[in-house]
Design a protein around this ligand. Structure first.
Ligand SMILES: *Cc1c(COP(=O)(O)O)cnc(C)c1O
Length: 400
C-alpha cells in the first residue's frame, strides 16, 4: 500500500494532537534546574493549574501517565484496609477501583454498566454505611471507554444529603480541558488529570489537585511512600521537591504554553463550548447513519450523559473494525478501538469504535473525520442512513 501523503490524524482518545507551538515550546536545550526561568515558570504553571481546575486549594505534578496519577492519588488517600465506594460507569471507573483494591483498600464497587451513575443509588450505598467507614467515593468524570459523563455536582449533593463524611475523588483524565469542570464549586476533594488528552501534551505528566481536607487526611494515609507522598510536593521548600527529584523540564515548557493557550488566549469557557459544538456534530452524524435501522448507534442515548471529548459507538457486523482499518490505510485517520465492550478475541470486538475529539481539535478536523468515515462506509458497502455529514455540518453551524 502506498504511504499516506499529507498530515495523518490520530483521532483516538489520547494521546491527542499536540499543537505545533507546544512542540516548539518543548524543542529546546535543557534549562538549568537550580535557578533561572524554570523556577518562576513553575510557579506560573501551578497558578494556572489551579485556575484550570477551579480550585483555590493544592496542585501537584507527578512524572507519570494516568495510571500513575491514579496511584499517586490513592497512596495519599488511604491506609491499608480503609473502605471506599468505587463508582463504575465503564472500564476506567472499574480499573481505578480495582487498582485501589490491589493496593489493599477495601473498595465496594457500585457498577452502573454503561450508564451514568445514579446519585440516589450512591446516597443509598452511603446510607447503608452506618458506622461511616467509607473514606472516599471514587468517581470517573468522563469514562473514556464508554464515553459516559457523570454529574459530579449531583453526586456530591446526594452525598451531602445523607450527611456522610466521605470525601469525593474524581478521575478527570479524559475531561480536563474539554468538559466543564469546577473542583471547589462541585465539592471535589481529589482530582486527577493527565497531560496527553485534553491537555494537548505528550504522555508523561499526571496532574493532581487536593482540597485542604484531603491534604489533611493525606498526612495519615499509610499507603504513601516518599516519592508519591503529596505533602512535600505542595509545600516544597526546595525546587526539586515539587517533583520528588529532577523536574520534567521540556514537559513543563509545553504545559506552560498549553495553559497560556487555554486560560489566557481562548479562555476556559470557550474551550468547553468548542468541545460541546464539535461533540454535537459527531452525535448528529451517528443519528443520521443509524436512521435507516442499520444498527449504527452511539453508546449513550442520554445526551446529558455523553462526554464532550470522546464518543463511543457501534457499527454492527464488524463494520467498526473494517472502517477503522479503511480510515487508517486509505485516509490517514486513526480512530480508537472499542474498549471494554468485547474482548479482542470475540467477533463483537469489530463492532465498536471510539472517536477522540479532545484538546487541539476544530471543525475541519472533526468534519474531516466524519467525511472520511462516510467515504469509508461507502467503499465498504456498510449499511447506513443518508446525510450524516450534512447533518453534522448543520449541527455545528446551529451551535455556533
Ligand atoms: C486515559 C485515561 C486513563 C489512563 O491514563 P493512561 O495515561 O493511559 O495511564 C484513566 N482514566 C481515564 C478517564 C482516562 O481517559
Amino acid at each position: 500500500m502506498p504511504p499516506i501523503t499529507g498530515r495523518t490524524y490520530l483521532a483516538i482518545p489520547g494521546p491527542s494532537v499536540i499543537p505545533d507551538r507546544v512542540l516548539n515550546a518543548m524543542h529546546r536545550v535543557s534549562p538549568n534546574i537550580y535557578e533561572g526561568e524554570i523556577i518562576g515558570m513553575t510557579e506560573t504553571i501551578f497558578a494556572g493549574l489551579k485556575k484550570l481546575a477551579g480550585t483555590r486549594h493544592h496542585a501537584a505534578i507527578y512524572i507519570a501517565n494516568g495510571h500513575g496519577g491514579w496511584e499517586a492519588a490513592l497512596t495519599n488517600m488511604f491506609s491499608r484496609g480503609d473502605k471506599a465506594l468505587g463508582i463504575a460507569t465503564g472500564l476506567f471507573g472499574t480499573s481505578w477501583a480495582t487498582t485501589a483494591q490491589r493496593m489493599g483498600v477495601d473498595v465496594k464497587i457500585l457498577d452502573f454498566g454503561r450508564a451514568a451513575a445514579d446519585p440516589n443509588k450512591v446516597a443509598e450505598a452511603l446510607k447503608a454505611d452506618t458506622d461511616r467507614r467509607i473514606k472516599y467515593v471514587l468517581l470517573t468524570h468522563v469514562d473514556t471507554a464508554s464515553s459516559v459523563k457523570n454529574d459530579i455536582a449531583a453526586i456530591r449533593q446526594a452525598m451531602n444529603a445523607v450527611g456522610h463524611p466521605a470525601l469525593l475523588a474524581v478521575d478527570a483524565i479524559a475531561s480536563l480541558g474539554c468538559d466543564e469542570l469546577r473542583m471547589d464549586e462541585w465539592g471535589i476533594d481529589v482530582l486527577v488529570g493527565a497531560s496527553q488528552k485534553g491537555m494537548m501534551l505528550p504522555p508523561g505528566l499526571a496532574l493532581l489537585w487536593f482540597s485542604d481536607k484531603a491534604l489533611a487526611a493525606a498526612a495519615k494515609a499509610d499507603l504513601a511512600t516518599p516519592y508519591w507522598s503529596i505533602a512535600p510536593r505542595v509545600n516544597a521548600e526546595s525546587y526539586w521537591q515539587y517533583f520528588g527529584g529532577t523536574p520534567p523540564t521540556q514537559h513543563l515548557y509545553g504545559l506552560h504554553e498549553v495553559l497560556k493557550m487555554m486560560l489566557d488566549e481562548e479562555g476556559l469557557e470557550a474551550v468547553w463550548s468548542r468541545h460541546t459544538k464539535l461533540a454535537r456534530a459527531i452525535w448528529a452524524a451517528f443519528d443520521a447513519w443509524g436512521a435507516n435501522g442499520s444498527g449504527t448507534a452511539l453508546n449513550i442515548t442520554d445526551k446529558a450523559a455523553r462526554g464532550h471529548s470522546v464518543t463511543a459507538a457501534t457499527i454492527p457486523n464488524g463494520g467498526a473494525g473494517q472502517l477503522r482499518h479503511w480510515l487508517e490505510h486509505e485516509a490517514g485517520v486513526t480512530l480508537g478501538i472499542g474498549l471494554g465492550m468485547a474482548l479482542p478475541t470475540e467477533p463483537a470486538y469489530g463492532d465498536y469504535l471510539r472517536i477522540g475529539h479532545m484538546g487541539h481539535v476544530n471543525a475541519h478536523m472533526v468534519m474531516g473525520v466524519l467525511g472520511t468515515m462516510e467515504a469509508g462506509m461507502s467503499a465498504l458497502n456498510i449499511s447506513r442512513g443518508d446525510g450524516a455529514v450534512e447533518a453534522a455540518a448543520k449541527a455545528f453551524s446551529a451551535a455556533s
